[in-house]
Design a protein around this ligand. Structure first.
Ligand SMILES: [Zn+2]
Ligand SMILES: [Zn+2]
Length: 516
């Protein structure tokens, strides 16, 4: 955690605050200096990285709620409060009897937890046992229409255990901006789990691809600090030598990998002679966390709503999710991810209430918990919405908006007709350029996903990845406060445009949008 850029950052803030414009449709000025104050507090060591289940996260929730109250929002949580509590699993304990088995023509192959495999996600709705699952190899487990790439083409994985490579094809190819470090969102486990689950798979087995000489799957962190995400599907990470040994000559993984990389054609295949059985024996430590929800009732159509959301949780001490493995245990302050979006949310609420003209539809402001553990706060919200989802016109998600560098990525503009027009209007006159992400950047990677899955048009505002992402160096002094304030102004202008539309937006399913 570094503080050395403090003076610089503050100087930048003053300049930016001075040029704050009142012009963006939603309009009352949003103040970069005040926004940065929120970031500094939320990303301070006092809050210990806002890990789910920690005291730091609860203090952050209280801070956001107090600020929502000061701004003049109406509480929209339970019992007249701003809070929407829910439970999540913050840690697991490993009990005896865990086992993974491949039954094949030449007998059983048994994998040992910790040595050969470990879970990355568990499906808490069906913990316990899975047996007799057919085994299917599905390449990288990616469906990416913009790249005309589909490992699942003509493949039936219903009820199956699906074996896939980690990452994505041609990862180390020359000409990529930074081979292996800048993957598309399709490479994420969350995206692969969503895809597999949507196709009816029961279990996702992930092995490292051969672009990496050493097997990158490492179960030591899990054994030290057992935990999984909840991606709605059990996802296991497997050591590839163990899988190769188990499959024998039924499938040449190296050849399959090389061919996919070369041709970008799927090499998926059902491994009909193998059956998979999994026994899970974990104890679960459940903790209560809270979404923070406030609203501004619409002037003429209060039963319809726009949800503006930002997750406020982060990695705590980062033990499991840190990308800086040497820094596990250090506080991961999460200034950009996502104190920046949370601070923008708070200042948008203040500006929306202060503005003379109230939008026609209701604005709902939600700070989500549980995002880093599998988008759990937004998953809870869509099950318990303040305004029914049938009346929820759109969702705007802000996750990592603190480093815009003159442009902002916005995904989801193709999830309803007219959104792009409203977005262009919101960006008019702004010092930041709109960069539409048509391949659904962010799909599966942040809270907008849960709204898209429930057919609500949803956009994701994102200023881009950087070297401090999920590392202890994601600190407040690297936030561009003026830029973040500009993003907040644009987001509020867009929310206001959508809230005042004469017509309701009609959702365009993601796949249809991609087929155009
Ligand atoms: Zn985030
Ligand atoms: Zn994150």
């Amino acid at each position: 955690v570094k503080r050395r850029l403090a003076a610089l950052a503050l100087a930048g803030t003053m300049v930016a605050a001075g040029v704050a414009s009142d012009s963006a449709g939603g309009g009352t000025a949003i103040d970069g200096a005040r926004l940065l104050t929120h970031v500094r507090y939320l990303a301070s060591d006092d809050l210990e990285g806002r890990g789910n289940g920690s005291a730091g996260l609860e203090r952050a929730a209280d801070y956001i709620a107090a600020d929502f109250a000061r701004a003049g929002l109406t509480p929209a949580g339970v019992d007249g409060t701003f809070f929407q509590p829910f439970e999540l699993t913050t840690a697991l304990t490993i009990e005896t009897g865990n086992a993974l088995r491949f039954a094949g023509p030449r007998g059983d192959a048994t994998f040992e937890l910790g040595a050969d495999y470990c879970p990355a996600s568990s499906d808490i709705s069906t913990p316990g046992s899975l047996s007799d699952l057919p085994l299917v190899f599905a390449g990288y487990g990616i469906q990416a229409p913009p790249f005309e790439y589909d490992d699942y083409a003509h493949l039936n994985v219903k009820g199956a255990a699906v074996l896939v490579f980690a990452h994505e094809p041609q990862e180390a190819a020359a000409g990529r901006p930074s081979a292996g470090t800048q993957l598309t969102p399709y490479a994420s486990l969350a995206s692969k789990a969503l895809t597999a689950r949507a196709r009816g798979a029961r279990l996702l087995l992930v092995i490292d691809d051969f672009a990496h000489r050493a097997d990158g799957i490492d179960c030591a962190p899990f054994m030290r600090d057992p935990h999984t995400e909840e991606l709605g599907l059990t996802v296991l990470l497997l050591r590839r030598h163990a899988v190769r040994a188990a499959l024998g000559d039924v499938l040449d993984l190296t050849a399959a990998w090389r061919e996919i990389d070369l041709t970008l054609k799927p090499r998926s295949t059902r491994l009909g002679k193998h059956r998979v059985a999994l026994t899970e024996r974990y104890g679960r430590l459940r903790r209560r966390v809270r979404n923070v929800v406030g609203m501004l009732a619409g002037a003429s159509r209060p039963d319809e709503a726009i949800v503006i959301g930002a997750h406020y949780d982060h990695l705590g001490h980062g033990d499991r999710s840190s990308l800086a493995s040497a820094a596990a245990g250090e506080i991961h302050n999460g200034a950009d991810d996502n104190a920046s979006g949370t601070a923008a949310l708070m200042e948008m609420a203040r500006a929306a209430v202060a503005h003379r003209a109230r939008p026609a539809r209701t604005l709902i402001f939600v700070a989500f918990a549980g995002e880093e553990l599998g988008l759990l706060g937004s998953a809870y919200y869509v099950e318990h919405p303040v305004v029914p989802l049938s009346g929820t016109a759109a969702m705007i998600n802000l996750d990592m908006i603190g480093r815009p560098r003159g442009r902002l990525f916005v995904s989801g503009l193709d999830t309803a007709n007219g959104l792009e027009t409203d977005a262009r209007a919101a960006f008019a006159g702004a010092s930041i350029a709109l960069e539409p992400s048509r391949d659904g950047a962010g799909f599966g990677s942040s809270d907008d996903t849960n709204f898209l899955l429930r057919q609500v048009p949803a956009m994701h505002f994102f200023s881009g990845f950087h070297g401090d992402y999920h590392r202890p160096t994601d600190d407040w002094d690297r936030i561009d406060a003026g830029g973040a304030a500009e993003v907040a102004r644009i987001a509020l202008a867009l929310a206001t445009h959508v809230a005042n539309r004469p017509d309701r937006l009609a959702f365009i399913p993601h796949t249809d949008a991609r087929q155009r």
